[in-house]
Design a protein around this ligand. Structure first.
Ligand SMILES: *[C@@H]1O[C@H](CO)[C@@H](O)[C@H](O)[C@H]1NC(C)=O
Ligand SMILES: *[C@@H]1O[C@H](CO)[C@@H](O)[C@H](O)[C@H]1NC(C)=O
Ligand SMILES: [Cu+2]
Length: 262
């Protein structure tokens, strides 16, 4: 039941938006829809944990915005209007729409405490720590390289992250991000695709991430790992952004970070 202008808008959206976004997340086994293009035809818009984004978060963030507010949770993002409940130590699965295989690169996850309600939080106040990172899984000639994105595609376009077991209960924004490196040979060519969602973490943990930084401080267009030639033989990849949070604990994904294999 779409009006003609809605159909035109949809056609335009699909052409411009040739990349991918988080279509949903599964927290502690429960499914939550992401902030999807379907929402443009819904009134009221469903209240989901996922943060909204201009263009429904389809494109990468442009280099001139790497250090500005759009890098935090995508273009013109606004807080999710609900929470996904999750027990510390359990898994969150980020389901992406089919990820283009040629967009190879790392997959990273960060969390920031909201110090109150995430639904009304000012994104500029969010201080993130990294809780998961995967980069070059297997080095070699370009055709032989295996990247975190290849694992994501092989896993039904899903990235699975364990919430730190000792994380203090409370409200957090979780930020799952893919950085596509296919044009990263020159400064500013990398394409970060950040997606955020609100989590209500439960449990009796005591680790509170008080040493986070704003996502606007993660990457510069010329940072190591943001500038990177994926078209060359490579055996190592310097994962960009801050180091892992020292209290992130065991992350099953960690084994994928191994720099040298066979
Ligand atoms: C950078 O962000 C601003 C503010 O949202 C936006 O108007 C601009 O289009 C963005 N730049 C690019 C190249 O996407
Ligand atoms: C694969 O992902 C889709 C959503 O993108 C989901 O509906 C489906 O259940 C997933 N399949 C499996 C086996 O997890
Ligand atoms: Cu793309």
């Amino acid at each position: 039941m779409l009006s003609k202008s809605a159909l035109v808008a949809l056609a335009t959206a699909t052409t411009v938006a040739a990349h991918a976004h988080m279509s949903g997340l599964v927290a502690d086994g429960k499914y939550f829809e992401g902030y999807t293009p379907n929402f443009q035809y819904m009134n009221p818009v469903p209240k989901v944990p996922a943060w909204s984004a201009g263009g429904y978060g389809q494109g990468g963030i442009a280099a001139d915005n790497f250090t500005k507010e759009n890098i935090i949770c995508h273009d013109q993002s606004k807080p999710g209007q609900a929470y996904a409940d999750v027990a510390a130590g359990s898994e969150v699965k980020f389901e992406w729409t089919p990820w283009p295989e040629g967009h190879k690169g790392p997959v990273l996850t960060y969390i920031a405490p909201c110090d109150g309600d995430c639904i009304t939080v000012d994104k500029m106040s969010l201080k993130f720590v990294k809780i998961a990172e995967k980069g070059l899984v297997k080095g070699g000639e370009p055709a032989a390289q295996q990247w975190a994105t290849d694992e994501l595609v092989a896993n039904n376009n899903t990235d699975t992250v364990t919430i730190p077991e000792n994380l203090k209960a409370g409200n957090y924004v979780i930020r799952n991000e893919i950085i596509a490196l296919h044009q990263a040979g020159t400064a500013g060519g990398a394409q970060p695709y950040p997606q955020c969602a609100n989590l209500k973490v439960t449990g009796s943990g005591s680790a509170f991430p008080s040493n986070g930084i704003s996502a606007t401080e993660f990457y510069k267009p010329e940072s190591n790992g943001i500038v990177y030639n994926i078209a060359a033989r490579q055996m190592e990849y310097p994962i960009p952004g801050p180091p892992m949070w020292d209290q992130a604990g065991a992350q099953p994904a960690k084994k994928l970070v191994k720099r040298f294999e066979a």
